[in-house]
Ligand binder design. Structure first.
Ligand SMILES: [Zn+2]
Length: 245
């Protein structure tokens, strides 16, 4: 059982009462969480690097690190921590907003926040991190028709691939909104893995096009954080997953 952590913004949380305030984790808290996992012998991996573990081909004390949406504050505050610890992670980008803002969230009352630009995306990859797609326009994949769904998947993949000169294989459903049909589109368009916002630890029995995650919020305290993540390896051994495949 593998925890795949889900973060959004890494920065100073906005004032009380701000919409989605909980989705901003303080940089010190993020660094503390990563250091503790390292101390317990865990390695944080991008989704791409996690695939052999998800397939049951490899075992070990690993966990996934994902960031949704493409915020600049993740580049500024999380990247130095990840680099220092030798961890990799996946950052999911809304391609219509590269160098832009979280316009889709502002419509619902969130504060404006800047998104990574092209040179930051390139640097993110150069520093050993992964970029994934989060559609072109942050759409509900469960609500669009096949033509629009395929366009969101293909266009975002092509944009990122031409910017970064490498294959994009990871996808994240905006709002966690997915369907059996949407999973098929993701597979059909050449992605290898996709994550949702469904809560839980991933196992090799999960559909790799709808992996659950562990949501880490501003208010997630260290003990709770460790309990959510550290129990997983012991659990895995106890259930005898280790050498099944
Ligand atoms: Zn999102």
């Amino acid at each position: 059982m593998i925890p795949i952590l889900m973060y959004h913004q890494i920065g100073t949380p906005p004032p009380k009462g701000t919409r989605l305030r909980g989705a901003t984790v303080h940089p010190k808290r993020f660094a503390q969480q990563m250091r503790w996992l390292k101390r317990f012998g865990y390695t944080g991996l991008s989704l791409q690097q996690l695939i052999p573990y998800l397939k049951g081909e490899k075992t070990g004390k690993v966990f996934g690190i994902t960031f949704d949406d493409g915020y600049v504050n993740v580049y500024e505050n999380a990247l130095p921590v990840l680099k220092a610890l030798g961890f990799s992670s996946t950052h999911f980008i809304v391609t219509a907003e590269i160098g832009g803002q979280n316009h889709w969230a502002q419509k619902n009352g969130s504060l404006p926040a800047a998104m990574m630009n092209t040179s930051q995306l390139r640097d993110w990859v150069a520093q050993g991190q992964e970029i994934g797609s989060h559609t072109v326009d942050h759409v509900y994949m469960s609500k669009v028709d096949r033509v629009e769904g395929m366009r969101q998947l293909i266009e975002s993949k092509e944009t990122l691939e031409s910017l970064l000169q490498q294959e994009i294989t990871s996808f994240c459903y905006p709002y966690g909104a997915e369907s059996l049909e949407a999973r098929h589109w993701v597979q059909e368009t050449g992605y290898q893995v996709a994550v949702t916002t469904e809560r839980g630890l991933a196992t090799h029995e999960d559909d790799r096009y709808a992996l659950p995650r562990v949501n880490i919020l501003r208010s997630t305290h260290l003990l709770h954080f460790l309990r959510k993540t550290l129990t997983s390896y012991e659990e895995q051994k106890r259930r005898g997953y280790s050498n099944q495949r």
